[in-house]
Ligand binder design. Sequence first.
Ligand code: ASP
Length: 409
Amino acid sequence: MKLPSLNIQILLGAIVGVLGGLSLHQLGADNAATQNSLYFAGIIGTLFIDLLKMILIPLVFCSIAVGIANLRQHQQMHRVWTTTLLFFVSSMAIAIVLGMAASLYFKPGSGLSLPMFQDAMQHFSAKQMAPAEFATQFLHSIFVNPFKALSEGNVLAVVIFALFLGIALVMGGARYQNILSLLQEGLEITMRIVGWVMRLAPYGIAALLVKLVATQDAAMLGTLLKFVAVVVGTTLLHGVIILPLILYLFTGKSPLWFWQGAREALITAFATSSSSATLPVTLRCVTQHLHVKPQIAGFVVPLGATINMDGTALYEAAAALFIANLAGVELSFAQQLIVFFTAMIAAIGAPGIPSAGMVTMVMVLQSVGLPAEAIAILLPIDRLLDTLRTTVNVQGDMIGSLVVQKLVK
Ligand code: ASP
């Protein structure tokens, strides 16, 4: 019997995972079958993520250096740079405006009050972090000893060092041909390993989703229903309407075409809640299914995985307004602007790992004097919301690479 294509297997894996998780939820956490299943799901899911992370750093390193080195002409390099950054900032700005507009209109949290959540807040103490301090910290994390960054898996710092290396390769021209060939072969070989890892993706994704769905607490979701609805609604609006519209306007490609090529990466992002772990899959989809040239994809996608986060930006802004409502604080227009900018900085600074947005959100709250401890209220539902925002984060990177490719032509 012939197996269905990998794409279909991954989709089936996701469906089986969600259904399996729901049935385990029904059985209850104390049931022996539930405990055993969760144990195995935990092992398989973690192995899948470990494999992706294993290949991540060599892949990012080679892909950026080769990508930049192949943008030989100066002019072209400059345009890719500027267009990419412009795309990232504008798409995040649109996402934040959507999240804020919906929150201002629907006012989630206005019927509830902070004291209701006192219990959750007592067990949580937030680390103080002013925007200025956060920005300094972020700037300091950009230029790092490459060996340290490579061994610690610091994606952003690896991206930056590889950028320098790529530029040096361009400047050096034929003189460094051997190093360039070595990196090129490195890239090919890591992509080959990604192909092997992807064969396991259907099982890994099923296992991750079983565990996620089975261990969620539905009660908290009910209390925060309006907020969840606003976040999910606007994130979907951004992912299903706005981003595909941008894609269509700039490249003329249909959403269906995009979904077919991007499906593997989107489902992996949903299941892992990590843009970084998904990065090998994202690169594979963009270069192999969506036909973005490796030199563009190699630059836009890894950079985007660490700094371009539409879903996170939207979430941080919406959550800040939600907490303001809970605290009964009316934010002035100036304060709303501060939320807009800090949400963007927080999304840029958030690493592509699960719940990273929660950590950087402390800064957004503190920038307008809201109690940072209030994020304790959001923690129980964060993993669930993280699935969707990570998917949109990754989608933004893929659409970004397609738009940039079109614009620099
Ligand atoms: N999990 C998200 C990502 O990896 C970051 C976040 O927590 O918002 O893209």
